[in-house]
Design a protein around this ligand. Structure first.
Ligand code: IVH
Length: 704
C-alpha cells in the first residue's frame, strides 16, 4: 500500500469506526458484528503502526487510553458550574412555578422536563470542532482536567460536524448504564474486589483513575444536558440546543417533555416517574427548565443555582416482604455469596425475588434472619438491597444466620471444605475443579488475554464441562480430535457439530499455548485478585511457576501492614514492585499454591511437560547492590513522539539502567526523550527548562 493509499484508508477507517461507535454507544443499536468492528479496529491500529506520521490524536484507537499521569491539572470554568435547587413535593413544585410566573410576569411559562441523570458532571470544550479538554465540576469554579479519561468514553465524539462553532462547551453527566454497572460489579465480586455501592460511585471512582487505560475498561457513558461557554453559535431555547447536539452526534438527554403550566409540568413529572425505571441509567428526579434562553437570562442565578431550573426528587420506593430463605452462590473464583430469597414484590417498576446479602459481615450488621420481614429498596434505584429488618415482626425462635454452619462448612457445589483467606470477608471454595467454577475458569483460561485458545468460546467451554470432558483448564490438554470433532454444540433437535476443522484449530491453539509466556498463564488460571497487570508484574519477578509458588518476595510482601510501603522495606525496595502487586495479591497467590488444589495444578503441569517461562523477567530494575551507577540511574524520563522502536522498548531499557519513566512532564522530570512529531509534552518540557534528548543523544547518555 502506498503512503497516499494508507492515509486515505486510515481516514476512512477512523470515520467508519466512529460512526459505529455512535450507532452503538449513542443510539444503542448496531449495524455490524463485534468481529467486524474488531477487524476494522485492528486494521487501523496496524496502519497507524506502519504509518505513524498519519496517526491523528483524535483517532478512535486512542480511546484505549494513554500513559498514566501523576495527577490532574486544575482549570477554572469560564462560566461557573452551578447546582440545581431541589423540590421534594408537589407543593414545592407549585411554588417554583408560581415564582417563575411572578418574575417573568406571564401566566404561561414554556418549560422542558427531562430525567435527572445520576452521574458525575463534566464540561467538554470543543475548539473548532475538536474535543480540546474536559473538566470536572470540582467546586463549581475550578475543576480537574480529565481529558485523557474522557477520551476513552466512546459516546463522546472527539470531532464534531464540519460546521461546528469555534468554541462550544457542552455540559453533561458521565454515568454508567445500569446493565453495564451490574456486570462490572459481578466481575469485581468474583475477583474478590469490593463491589461499588451504586453506578455513581463507580463512575466517580473510574474518573479519578490516573491511568486512562484502566478508565477505558470501565463502561462509562455520557449524556449532555447543558450549555456552558460558546462562541460562533447562539440558541433561543433548550429545544434548539438539543437540535444542535443531535446535529453533532452528541448524545442528548431524552425523553424530553414540554409544558407551559404547573399542571402540565406536574403531569410530565408523573409520566417520567412511570417511565424512568425503563431508562438505561438510574434517575431519582426530573429536571424542569425554562425553555427560552431569553427568559433564563432574565431570571438569572443565585450564587448557588439558576432560578430558571429545579430538580423534582422522587422518593425512593421501599417495600416490605418476607425473606424465606438464604441461599449460597459460588462464583468463578469460588466466592460464596449469600442471597436473600424473597416473597416476590414490585419495587421501583420491577419484580424483586432475590437480593444479595453480600457476605456474613453484612448479614451480622443488619441482623438478618430467615423468616424475617425485611424492607427492600433498590440501591441507587437499581440493585435490590435489604435495607433493614422489621424486628417487631420477627417470629420467636428465629436464629442468627451463620453461612458456614448453613452449608456445613462445605462448598454447596463440590463439597470441598470452605476457607476464609486472610484479609477477606467472604468464604471461598478453593477447589479449582469445583463444577460451579469450572466452566467460568475454562472461559477465563481460553480468553484472548490469557491463553487465547482459538475455537473455544463460551459455548464450547460450557459444553466441555457439562459433558465432563473437562473439569479444569489443564484437562483441555488431554483432549483429542476424536473427542472434539463429533461434539454437538446445539440440541438433539437442532444439532450443531463442532467438526474436524474446528477440532484441529483448537488442538493447534492448545499446542501453541504450551509455550505461551508465564504472565498469560498466571492470568489464565484465575487466581483471586490477579488481573492482567498483576500477572505481568508477577512474571517480571519470577521465572516460572515453581519460583512463584515458593516466592520469598511474595512471602515478605504479604507481611506488610497497611501503611507500610514496599519502597521502605529493606528486602523489597530493590524490586520496585508495581502497585498492582501488594500484600493482598501476594497472599492470594501463595495461598493458591499452598493448597492441595494448587499443588495438584503444579504436578499436573509437570506431567503434561508444560513449563511456562517468563518473557519479561527482570526482577531487580536497579543493578542490585553493585553500587554501579550510570548516567541514567535515578533519573526521571518522559518519552514522547515517534522513535525508531516502540516507546515500551525505551522504557524497559531506562528501567533496566535504574532510571524512572513518568507519564507526564513536571518539575521532577530530568529528561524528555523526544522522537518525531512530539507535541504538548515537548512544549511543556521546553517551558519548564527540562533537558530534551533526541534518540541519538539518549543513546550517548545510556552508553556513558
Ligand atoms: S441542567 C445549572 N439537567 O445535576 C444547572 N443537570 O444537582 C444546569 N444533572 O449540576 C444543569 N441531570 O450536573 C441538568 N437533566 C439534567 C441533569 C443535570 C443531572 C446534574 C448536573 C447538575 C446537578 C445538580
Amino acid at each position: 500500500m502506498s503512503p497516499e493509499e494508507a492515509k486515505g484508508e486510515m481516514l476512512r477507517l477512523a470515520i467508519e469506526i466512529e460512526r459505529h461507535n455512535r450507532i452503538y454507544y449513542v443510539e444503542g443499536d448496531s449495524e455490524i458484528s463485534d468481529l467486524e468492528y474488531d477487524g476494522m479496529f485492528r486494521d487501523l491500529e496496524l496502519l497507524e503502526q506502519r504509518f505513524p506520521e498519519f496517526a491523528t490524536p483524535d483517532s478512535p484507537t486512542k480511546r484505549v487510553g494513554g500513559e498514566p499521569v501523576d495527577g490532574f491539572e486544575q482549570r477554572a470554568h469560564a462560566v461557573p458550574m452551578l447546582s440545581i435547587d431541589d423540590v421534594f413535593s408537589e407543593e414545592e413544585l407549585a411554588e417554583f412555578f408560581a415564582r417563575l410566573q411572578k418574575n417573568l410576569g406571564n401566566e404561561k411559562i414554556p418549560v422542558t422536563i427531562e430525567p435527572k441523570i445520576d452521574g458525575v458532571a463534566v464540561a467538554l470544550h470543543y475548539r473548532n470542532g475538536l474535543l480540546d479538554y474536559a473538566v470536572t465540576r470540582g467546586d463549581g469554579r475550578v475543576g480537574d482536567v480529565i481529558t485523557g479519561n474522557v477520551r476513552t468514553i466512546r459516546s463522546i465524539p472527539l470531532k464534531l460536524a464540519d460546521d461546528a462553532p469555534t468554541w462550544l462547551e457542552v455540559r453533561g453527566e458521565i454515568f454508567m448504564r445500569t446493565d453495564r454497572f451490574a456486570k462490572l460489579n459481578e466481575s469485581r465480586q468474583e475477583a474478590g474486589l469490593p463491589a461499588f455501592k451504586n453506578p455513581r460511585n463507580a463512575t466517580a471512582g473510574a474518573l479519578k483513575l490516573l491511568d486512562s487505560r484502566e478508565v477505558a475498561k470501565r463502561p462509562l457513558d455520557f449524556i449532555a444536558h447543558g450549555l456552558g461557554g460558546h462562541e460562533g453559535v447562539d440558541f433561543e431555547s433548550v429545544n434548539s440546543f438539543h437540535e444542535l447536539l443531535h446535529h453533532h452526534g452528541i448524545p442528548a438527554n431524552e425523553p424530553l417533555w414540554e409544558a407551559e403550566s404547573f399542571e402540565g409540568t406536574l403531569k410530565a413529572v408523573q409520566e417520567l416517574d412511570l417511565k424512568r425505571h425503563d431508562l438505561a441509567y438510574g434517575t431519582d428526579g426530573a429536571v424542569i427548565k425554562v425553555n427560552a434562553v431569553a427568559d433564563q437570562i432574565r431570571l438569572g442565578n443565585t450564587a448557588r443555582a439558576p432560578r430558571w431550573a429545579a430538580a423534582f426528587k422522587y422518593p425512593p420506593e421501599q417495600v416490605e416482604t418476607v425473606l424465606r430463605e438464604i441461599t449460597v452462590q459460588v462464583g468463578r473464583t469460588g466466592t460464596m455469596t449469600p442471597v436473600a430469597e424473597l416473597d416476590p414484590v414490585q419495587v421501583s417498576g420491577t419484580t424483586v425475588r432475590r437480593a444479595t446479602l453480600h457476605n456474613q459481615d453484612e448479614i451480622d450488621r443488619k441482623d438478618v434472619r430467615i423468616g424475617d420481614t425485611v424492607v427492600i429498596e433498590k440501591a441507587g434505584e437499581i440493585i435490590p438491597a435489604v435495607v433493614k429488618v422489621i424486628k417487631d415482626k420477627r417470629k420467636p425462635g428465629a436464629e442468627a444466620y451463620d453461612l458456614f454452619a448453613a452449608i456445613e462448612g462445605k462448598c454447596p457445589s463440590c463439597g470441598t471444605a470452605i476457607v476464609k483467606p486472610e484479609g477477606f470477608v467472604a468464604w471461598k471454595c478453593l477447589n479449582p475443579a469445583c463444577p460451579a467454577k469450572a466452566a467460568n475458569q475454562v472461559k477465563q483460561f481460553v480468553s484472548r488475554k490469557a491463553l487465547d485458545i482459538d475455537g473455544v468460546g463460551s459455548i464450547v467451554a460450557e459444553k466441555l464441562v457439562e459433558r465432563e470432558m473437562v473439569s479444569s483448564p489443564l484437562d483441555l490438554f488431554s483432549l483429542t480430535e476424536s473427542q472434539l470433532a463429533p461434539m454437538n454444540l446445539g440440541t438433539v433437535e437442532e444439532p450443531r457439530i463442532l467438526g474436524p476443522k474446528n477440532a484441529a484449530k483448537i488442538l493447534l491453539s492448545l499446542e501453541k499455548a504450551r509455550s505461551a509466556p508465564l504472565h498469560r498463564w498466571i492470568f489464565g488460571i484465575g487466581i483471586t485478585q490477579v488481573g492482567e497487570s498483576a500477572a505481568r508484574e508477577l512474571a517480571r519477578l519470577h521465572q516460572n511457576f515453581r519460583e512463584l509458588a515458593q516466592s520469598e518476595i511474595l512471602a515478605e510482601l504479604r507481611t506488610l501492614q497497611t501503611g507500610q510501603r514496599k519502597e521502605d522495606n529493606e528486602k523489597l525496595a530493590v524490586f520496585e514492585i508495581a502497585s498492582e502487586v501488594g500484600p493482598t495479591v501476594a497472599g492470594s497467590v501463595l495461598d493458591y499454591f499452598a493448597l492441595p488444589a494448587g499443588q495438584a495444578f503444579l504436578a499436573r503441569l509437570e506431567e503434561l511437560k508444560i513449563e511456562p517461562a517468563s518473557d519479561n523477567y527482570a526482577p531487580t530494575r536497579t543493578p542490585a547492590g553493585s553500587g554501579e551507577e550510570n548516567a541514567v540511574t535515578g533519573k526521571t524520563f518522559v518519552i514522547t513522539g515517534t522513535l525508531s522502536a516502540p516507546r515500551g522498548d525505551f522504557k524497559e531499557r531506562i528501567l533496566a539502567l535504574g532510571g524512572k519513566v513518568a507519564g507526564s512532564v513536571s518539575g521532577k522530570t530530568d529528561y524528555l526523550l523526544a522522537g518525531e512529531s512530539a507535541g504538548s509534552k515537548l512544549t511543556k518540557a521546553e517551558s519548564l527548562g527540562v533537558e530534551i534528548l533526541s534518540e541519538e543523544a539518549f543513546e550517548t547518555l545510556a552508553a556513558s
